[in-house]
Design a protein around this ligand. Structure first.
Ligand SMILES: [Zn+2]
Length: 640
């Protein structure tokens, strides 16, 4: 009997002791970080309040109770009963039975009606058919990413169950006694923006946090081959934790599976979906630029298959001596500040990922309240002395003026934007400005991945700011579905038609004008002085966006499908509207630390140019009298 089996046997005995005598325990098994208890008396457990809660508290584990197969009503019959119990207007799309686990997944347009008041309808369903009912929301906007990911995971259900069981055994392996220590190694994104990656180690466990690429520097990847990292073998790592989906944090996660890693990735559900979308696009862009990508789409699917979703605020065991809790970071959909609790009260470290401190239209601001934190690893993108941003309110005023001026000239406004985050924020600004009459009603065309990224947002309204969530869920007033938003799905022919029409706004990728449909738009709209190009996001050194912003009026558009290069003389207006960033500015970063509860003893300033990390580190030291660091890549800190 392996040690994991012995652990499970001990847990089973504990479960039997802690449950009432009339509840028979058929088996217990690990499913990732959860303990699953199978019983023919699942209904008794469900009916009697508190059994599961008490058990979870006693065992210090997350517990799921499932019925044994003999307690299940046959599927055909169960299907009819469930349909009868759920109100018609819940909009049930699909019922999906998993006979291995006794779960039935109910996909509905209005999950609230399936759940019922205080979960009454769900309980009724479970009582009538024996199956454990789980509700899944049909995205209000059709998203191919969300449905592809869901279908893929359904199809891989058996293998996923094996993965989860293996992960559960790893987490619950017995630990050896010995000296306690905690170390943190920087594998990237120090004194630079990009290739985020860190390794958190204890004598027992090793956790990799983020694994990203460096925009504009294909060859600079995280130091995964360092003796600290994968040199000890791909499966010396217990878990990968992903703060958010942006490629400078997630792009190289699939390469771990190419190297042979087969452990879990912990992240939020929306980050999982966005990660899949962006990684596949990463491969697409590499192919179009004639590069050999570092991995293939198979490894993107491997990453999805190994992802264990975590909800904000839920404490999750990810290794024998490490617990993870994710909190909203306010940066993009699903982005998280990741808090790690090591040992039984031994040490706490939080990784900010990328944060936005203030509330935006789309998301609540970053959480900085924790039970305990001794070390904070803090992003410093805008950590420089002068990195203060315009208030968003002022920025919105400028944007509306720019749009009104173009409209008066009968011109069009071209806005390059990142597909995830900034585009949705802008859509909310434009929708409100049109409905309040501050700018005239006109079509807003969405080009590139923007519509798909928006659809993913609406599939996870619980991650959006409350007022927006309410509008989407309960008021049938989804701003993203406003009629002025129109998808460009007819290629260059449709773009030509739009260019021939009257005033409009075009929101398109890529955000830094480094490729994508914005190139076609420059060709179509660039030479007309009535049109305006409005930059709303950071334009990095070396990008075409930066060159245009600086006033370059002759640009060369190369056509990747052939050798044809075209000179376009730019006569359109060029405007820069600051203040729509997804990052906290210098003030926001300082306030995040100042109001953080509890105040950390030590801060590592990372994810910023050398001057930004340096200046932020000095400022935090001087203002708050804490130990601050401006580490280089490949430094190791002993935390305990
Ligand atoms: Zn980011």
């Amino acid at each position: 009997m392996s040690s994991a089996d012995e652990t499970l046997e001990t847990i089973r005995t504990q479960v039997e002791e802690e449950t009432p005598d009339d509840v028979e325990i058929a088996s217990v098994t690990f499913e990732g970080p959860e303990l699953v208890v199978y019983t023919p008396d699942a209904r008794t457990v469900a009916d009697r309040n508190g059994i599961v809660r008490d058990l979870a508290q006693r065992l210090q584990k997350r517990i799921t109770v499932r019925p044994t197969p003999d307690a299940l009503v046959p599927q055909r019959e169960a299907r009819e009963t469930i349909r009868e119990l759920i109100p018609e207007d819940a909009g049930v799309q699909n019922l999906d039975f998993d006979s291995e686990t006794g779960e039935v997944f109910i996909e509905a347009e209005k999950p609230g009606l399936v759940i019922g008041r205080h979960g009454e309808t769900l309980d009724e369903i479970s009582a009538a058919v024996g199956w454990t009912a789980e509700v899944v929301r049909t995205p209000p906007m059709e998203s191919s990413t969300v449905s592809n990911v869901r279908n893929f995971l359904k199809q891989e259900r058996d293998e996923r169950r094996d993965i989860l069981e293996r992960v559960g055994r790893q987490i619950n392996r017995p630990v050896s006694d010995g000296e306690d220590w905690v170390r943190l190694t920087t594998l990237g994104c120090c004194r630079e923006v990009g290739r985020a990656s860190f390794l958190l180690q204890t004598p027992e466990s090793r956790i990799l946090i983020d694994c990203g690429d460096k925009p504009g520097a294909v060859d600079e990847v995280p130091y995964l081959q360092a003796p600290e990292a994968l040199a000890a073998g791909p499966n010396s790592i217990d878990a990968v934790v992903l703060t958010h989906a942006h490629l400078d944090h997630s792009a190289l996660i699939p390469i771990l599976f190419k190297y042979g890693y087969d452990g879990p990735i912990y992240t939020t559900e929306p980050t999982r979906d966005l990660m899949g979308l962006l990684q596949l696009d990463y491969l697409d862009v590499a192919a179009k630029e004639g590069r050999t990508p570092p991995y293939e789409s198979q490894q993107v699917r491997d990453a999805l298959k190994h992802t264990i979703p975590v909800e904000f605020g839920n404490v999750t065991d990810i290794a024998p001596d490490v617990k993870l809790t994710m909190h909203n970071a306010g940066h993009i959909l699903g982005s998280a500040v990741c808090h790690f609790h090591v040992g039984e009260g031994l040490y706490n470290v939080a990784f900010s990922g990328d944060i936005h401190y203030k509330d935006t239209r789309l998301l609540d601001g970053a959480v900085n309240d924790f039970p305990r934190v001794e070390t904070l690893v803090l992003e410093s993108t805008y950590g420089g002395r002068n990195d203060y941003q315009t208030d968003q309110e002022d920025s919105e005023r400028v944007l509306k003026r720019v749009i009104n001026e173009a409209h008066e000239r009968d011109g069009k406004v071209l806005i390059p934007a990142f597909a995830v985050g900034r585009s949705q924020e802008l859509m909310l600004v434009l929708e409100e400005a049109m409905s309040s009459g501050e700018i005239p009603e006109m079509p807003v065309y969405l080009d590139g991945m923007i519509r798909e990224a928006t659809a993913i947002h609406t599939a996870y309204p619980e991650y959006l700011r409350e007022s927006l969530r309410e509008r989407i869920l309960y008021e049938d007033d989804n701003p993203f579905l406003a009629e002025q938003f129109q998808q460009v799905d007819g290629g260059d022919e449709m773009r030509q038609d739009i260019a021939d029409e009257g005033p409009c706004i075009v929101l398109t990728t890529s955000g830094m004008v480094t490729g994508g449909p914005v190139m076609s738009w420059l060709r179509l709209l660039g030479s007309d002085p009535d049109n305006t190009m409005a930059f709303v996001g950071y334009q990095a050194e070396g990008t075409l966006g930066r060159q245009i912003q600086r006033g370059q009026d002759e640009i060369t558009l190369s056509d990747r499908s052939g050798p044809r290069a075209e000179r376009v003389s730019l006569k359109m207006n060029v405007e820069t509207v600051d203040g729509f960033s997804g990052h906290a500015d210098r003030q926001g970063l300082e306030t995040f630390v100042e109001t953080m509860h509890p105040r950390p003893e030590r801060v590592l300033c990372v994810h910023g140019d050398e001057s930004s990390t340096n200046q932020l580190s000095s400022a935090l030291y001087q203002n708050f009298n804490m130990r601050t660091f401006n580490p280089k890549n490949l430094e190791t800190f002993r935390l305990v």
